[in-house]
Design a protein around this ligand. Structure first.
Ligand SMILES: [Zn+2]
Length: 253
């Protein structure tokens, strides 16, 4: 079985100096390939450096809503031309934290990055927290059918799932799907068609059961696969196979 972690932050200082160790840990649990996701200038550069130095890693670069004011379009356009860069992300809207830039600025920078993605046919990894309504309106008005949109760590209910599926999105689940107190996410995972499904860790965040409370790492994508298999009533290898192939399709690998 082969698993693809479509959204992880091995470029986070939590893991620095131990990249090979975390890749080896992942391999032991059949996690063979990963997309390293940037969020600002520093993390984007580190994602690219890792992808250039470690074979199973690919880089995704972009400006997270928290860093919207630092957005540098010239840098983004130059970086996505590198062969190691397979997508733009994480980009999006986050209305949870009061200290983040105001929604108007977040939306503007999201749209600017979607325009770049559209122009260069790059898939995007979307971060969306407490902002489904605005996100839906923006994505609805952007034809991304040639590039592809991943809703990272989807935590919505089946109604939102269906709205985003209708827009042609890929739906990626993180460790949240393994949490006992997330019945809506269990139901959404069950209802997500196998040909739109992706898995991720978002490490070092969102550690799945049975390691909730500890630092997350890419290896634990395995437990996300196990949880989804349980809710779908299929085998982990079926979930792994579909999500691995889907990841290759969306990231053009
Ligand atoms: Zn992330």
């Amino acid at each position: 079985m082969k698993i693809f972690d479509t959204h992880t932050h091995l470029n986070d200082p939590t893991f620095s100096g131990n990249t090979q160790q975390y890749i080896d840990n992942a391999k032991e649990l059949d996690v063979d390939e990963m997309a390293i996701i940037g969020s600002n200038e520093e993390f984007n550069i580190e994602a690219i450096r890792l992808a250039q130095n470690y074979q199973p890693l690919h880089a995704v670069v972009g400006w997270h809503p928290e860093f919207a004011k630092e957005y540098n379009e010239e840098q983004l356009v130059n970086q996505i031309k590198l062969p190691e860069v397979v997508g733009i992300g994480e980009i999006g809207l986050d209305y949870h934290w009061e200290e983040d830039p105001e929604p108007k600025i977040q939306k503007q920078v999201l749209i600017q990055q979607l325009d770049v993605a559209q122009q260069y046919n790059m898939p995007v990894s979307i971060h969306c927290r407490d902002a489904f309504d605005d996100m839906y309106e923006i994505l609805k008005n952007h034809d991304m059918s040639k590039s592809g949109i991943i809703m990272h760590s989807f935590n919505g209910d089946v109604e939102w799932l269906n709205k985003f599926l209708d827009l042609g999105l890929w739906i990626s689940y993180s460790g949240v799907v393994s949490f006992k107190n997330a019945p809506e996410v269990h139901e959404s995972a069950k209802e997500t068609p196998l040909d739109r499904l992706l898995v991720e860790t978002d490490a070092p965040y969102l550690t799945p059961e049975p390691y909730r409370g500890h630092t997350n790492q890419p290896a634990y994508t395995r437990y996300v696969v196990d949880a989804i298999a349980k809710y779908k009533g299929i085998t982990p290898s079926e979930v792994a196979e579909h999500t691995f192939n889907n990841a290759h399709q969306v990231y053009n690998l």
